[in-house]
Design a protein around this ligand. Sequence first.
Ligand SMILES: [Zn+2]
Length: 63
Amino acid sequence: MTDLDKADLPRLSPPTHEHGWIVESSHRTLDGLILYVRCTDCGTRRIDLADSATPPRALSREA
Ligand SMILES: [Zn+2]
């Protein structure tokens, strides 16, 4: 073990930033409107559900 090894430890949490979501596609279901969104900066994809009663919310984890 050297000090160099300590300095080279991987970061446990990935860098985060304010995602800039764009809607790639969408389709309507009984529950509401399913939105397939992607961050234009980092390419992260997410699935949102938008219905008339509540603002869009994430259905899937960011991946
Ligand atoms: Zn992003």
